[in-house]
Write a protein that binds this ligand. Structure first.
Ligand SMILES: Cc1cc2nc3c(=O)[nH]c(=O)nc-3n(C[C@H](O)[C@H](O)[C@H](O)COP(=O)(O)OP(=O)(O)OC[C@H]3O[C@@H](n4cnc5c(N)ncnc54)[C@H](O)[C@@H]3O)c2cc1C
Length: 545
């Protein structure tokens, strides 16, 4: 397993939390938000090796870093996002910026640039997006033209424009994606290169403490050794290769932002009396605004931890899993923050209670590093192939494994998760037979349903065998939450699946039964009791301050 030992990781996290308590108080964070200000000193502190050296986390030991793994990145990203998502973006954009070098750089490039970033605590920016090339990076127009001397390429002249670049106006080092004759390629560009200018900071909806700017490259000359990997045309593959990692990071941002808001709502409900009693005693309050969000966030956490362990265990190709993690965690974080405003009533709509800022901040996680829709597409496209290749065995076999877990640990909800996976198999097969995915909407909806099914399966599996240590909820509570999530997933697959399949013209008159709708409805028994248990556990874990 790659990564830090538990003691070192816990120390980094608690040091960060103590720093935040001392220096990043709500008034200060609100002021940064109000003034749209990048907190230079905070970033200096966080990158200072004598204080935190947070950037060292993601630099391998051989280049002077600490060699943190995916699990460490998840824990630090969640912690940072719980504090402030704007600052988290500023800190972790460096990680994103170094990725092309980490996955694609030559040994000399890694030694040089990673060593420099480690020693000097350089802020890095990742320049992929362009005004006309967002989700579709393949349509980028920034050009890298080879400069020849005696028939040998000695450098490149880069021309073009990048859009929405985090740390764009403040970084010292940039990785920039440009079209070379051999295809899209990454180049390392220093901040003071001639012809390289940056736009003014964007006036954003949220994460206003992070700097986002356009980049303008006007005949920017770089020597040939700045071509990442030394071979043209590898840029898109290199960007793809790190998605497992980077989407896990943004998923962890969703988790942290969502919990930051939800925790406030749980505590608030224990101080606010309406209708003669505390809101935390009102089921319609807890079961609508608190419990479902805690459940979805913890389902996402279980999945994030599972993906992180796979990456750290030596299987970095987790692009689809990274997409599921990002999609579920960021959508869950966004909804949790939205509901936290509602849970605070009119107070939630003001600046003082922080939830409206958190809501604005966490919104970005559904957009950057691939939008939620692009995640749906990625998930559906990849798992569709799995379904076809395995002739339906992919989820059927997984359901059989869940049956075995259900026999051992029935309280984990694994039997209901198995129902969800079996219904999904039936639905995918129906879509194949009736060629329903020729409708783009159907394919994307399948992406959503697959994400629900997989998180239900993983949440049940881990609740039964490996509950998280990252949150103060007992293994028994996590099992109850896994049951609630499995019920939601199964019902969603059956209901939405039926709706979209019928809506797109499916031909099986017996589809509701094939999806096992009666069993899925029957599995809802006990739901309200389980939600009562989760509500009580949340209130115990996050008492009024
Ligand atoms: C604050 C902020 C920070 C950012 N930081 C960085 C950074 O550091 N580096 C970097 O390179 N980029 C960065 N980005 C860019 C970000 O990754 C893109 O904004 C994002 O990928 C979406 O691209 P777009 O904005 O061009 O939207 P578009 O791609 O135009 O998408 C618009 C809408 O259409 C949908 N859509 C797109 N394609 C399809 C399709 N084929 N089918 C159906 N629907 C589709 C999308 O889901 C979305 O809802 C940042 C953006 C923001 C706002």
């Amino acid at each position: 397993m790659i990564g830090l030992d538990t003691e070192t990781r816990d120390m980094v996290i608690s040091t960060l939390q103590e720093y935040a308590e001392r220096k990043l108080k709500p008034e200060f964070l609100r002021e940064l938000d109000e003034k749209d200000e990048f907190p230079t000193q905070v970033l200096r502190d966080l990158y200072d090796p004598n204080q935190f050296g947070l950037h060292l986390m993601f630099i391998p030991e051989e280049y002077g870093g600490l060699g943190g793994g995916a699990y460490d990145i998840y824990r630090v990203s969640e912690t940072m996002a719980r504090i402030d998502l704007g600052i988290a973006t500023g800190v972790l954009a460096t990680f994103l910026g170094t990725d092309p070098i980490t996955v694609g750089g030559t040994e000399e490039q890694k030694k040089l640039w990673m060593g420099k970033i480690a020693d000097e605590g350089l802020l890095v920016a990742y320049g992929a997006t362009e005004p006309q090339a967002g989700s579709d990076l393949g349509s980028l127009t920034t050009k890298a033209e080879p400069v020849l001397e005696a028939g040998v390429v000695v450098g490149y002249k880069i021309n073009g424009r990048k859009q929405w670049i985090s740390n764009g106006g403040v970084a010292r080092l940039y990785t920039v994606l440009a079209n070379a004759p051999g295809g899209p390629s990454w180049f390392v560009v220093e901040h003071d290169a001639s012809g390289f200018t940056k736009g003014k900071p964007e006036d954003k909806h949220g994460i206003r403490a992070s700097n986002t700017a356009a980049l303008f490259l006007d005949d920017v000359y770089v020597t040939a050794d700045r071509l990442v990997g030394g071979v043209e045309g590898k840029g898109l593959a290199q960007a793809q290769a790190v998605f497992g990692y980077t989407r896990l990071m943004v998923g962890s941002f969703g988790l942290g932002g969502g919990w930051a808001a939800l925790e406030r709502a749980i505590r608030y409900g224990q101080t606010r009396v309406q209708g003669g009693a505390l809101l935390s005693t009102k089921q319609a309050y807890t079961h609508k605004l608190l419990v479902p969000n805690a459940v979805r966030l913890e389902a996402s956490r279980a999945y994030i931890e599972w993906v992180a362990e796979r990456i750290d265990g030596g299987d970095p190709e987790q692009q689809t899993e990274g997409a599921v993690a990002k999609y579920m965690a960021t959508e869950a974080g966004n909804k949790a923050a939205e509901d936290a405003i509602q849970a605070h009533g009119g107070y939630g709509y003001t600046k003082e209670y922080m939830v409206e800022k958190i809501k604005r901040d966490v919104r970005i996680t559904c957009i950057y590093e691939g939008t939620s829709e692009i995640m749906e597409w990625t998930i559906a496209r990849d798992r569709w192939q799995m379904h076809l290749k395995s002739q339906g065995a992919y989820y059927r076999d997984w359901a059989t494994q869940l049956d075995a877990i259900a026999a051992q640990t029935p309280e984990s909800g694994a039997a209901t998760a198995a129902l969800a996976l079996r219904a999904l198999t039936v639905l995918l097969e129906r879509c194949r037979l009736d060629r329903l995915t020729r409708n783009q909407h159907i394919l994307f909806r399948l992406g959503e349903l697959i994400a629900y099914a997989e998180t239900a399966a993983i949440f049940s599996e881990r609740a039964a065998s490996k509950p998280t240590e990252a949150i103060a909820l007992s293994p028994a509570t996590l099992c109850v939450m896994a049951r609630v999530h499995a019920r939601e997933a199964a019902l969603k697959i059956a209901n939405d699946g039926l709706r979209w399949a019928i809506g797109a013209g499916q031909t099986d008159p017996n589809l509701a039964n094939s999806l096992n709708l009666p069993a899925i409805f029957a599995a809802q028994a006990g739901l309200v009791d389980d939600m009562n248990t989760v509500a009580a556990a949340l209130i115990a874990a996050f008492p009024a301050e």
